[in-house]
Ligand binder design. Structure first.
Ligand code: CTP
Ligand code: CA
Length: 227
């Protein structure tokens, strides 16, 4: 800890944080997923716990150890992630959606391994849209202070601001995932922290340092606006 967040800042408050990828089955041996490592979400969970919060981490499949003092709930699919998150909402002051949720899932999961038929057309996957977990939380009754991420490869600020508005978030962390050695699976990150009326740019730093900076930025706004 670099000392910028006192260990009692978030005493008595509960964070629910999603992290990692989701995994959507095609058949019993195959799935659709993405390159998220979970590192940023796990770093946020650790930083919030270090700052005194109770932290529930709802995690897709990752290779990471559970951060110290954090309660972890493991899920695979977007639908399971939504259900797990909703079960935590009765006690949630801050929600951070850091997971790389699969936007689509396979409409009909094959019961058995799909076989390679000779001389026939390749199978076509029919996809349906997954629920938007972040938007569902932000628009729920008694919604917590809701923070999203935006992974973009172009028009970073514009795309992130439109997500902030569309999903009715209090804050969004915009990541340019087209920059090399950043974002997905990397140890480093740079970001733009956007809210309705403020903007803070974070230079390239470790995900650990970025997590501390993000938890600090949330504290500044949270304790400003909530009575
Ligand atoms: N998110 C979510 N549930 C989904 C999709 C996204 O909770 N089904 C959350 C992510 O955790 C992230 C934010 O929404 O905090 C933005 O994710 P992103 O993929 O950048 O945005 P989308 O709204 O999915 O739009 P698109 O992928 O088209 O850019
Ligand atoms: Ca998406």
């Amino acid at each position: 800890d670099n000392g910028s967040t006192a260990s009692c800042t978030w005493q008595g408050k509960t964070f629910v944080i999603t992290a990692g990828p989701t995994r959507e089955a095609i058949d019993p041996v195959r799935y659709i997923s993405n390159h998220s490592s979970g590192k940023m979400g796990y770093a946020l969970a650790q930083a919030a716990a270090n700052a005194g919060a109770k932290v529930v981490l709802v995690s897709g499949p990752t290779q990471l150890a559970t951060p110290k003092g954090v309660q972890r709930i493991d899920v695979e699919t977007a639908e399971q992630m939504l259900t797990a998150v909703q079960q935590q909402l009765t006690d949630c002051d801050v929600f951070i959606g850091c997971a790389a949720v699969s936007d689509y899932r396979v409409e009909d999961i094959a019961e058995h391994k799909i076989k390679k038929e000779q001389n026939s057309e390749p199978p076509k996957l029919s996809l349906v849209q997954n629920p938007d977990i972040l938007k569902t939380v932000a628009q729920s009754a008694n919604a917590p202070f809701t923070v999203g991420f935006a992974a973009e490869t172009q028009n970073l600020k514009e795309n992130a601001l439109s997500k902030l508005q569309r999903k009715q978030l209090q804050m969004i962390i915009a990541n340019d995932v087209s920059e090399p050695h950043q974002g997905f699976n990397s140890d480093q990150n740079s970001a733009l922290i956007l809210s309705k009326d403020s903007e803070q740019s974070l230079p390239t730093m470790s995900k650990h340092d970025m997590a501390v900076a993000i938890i600090d930025a949330i504290a500044k706004r949270y304790f400003d606006t909530s009575n």
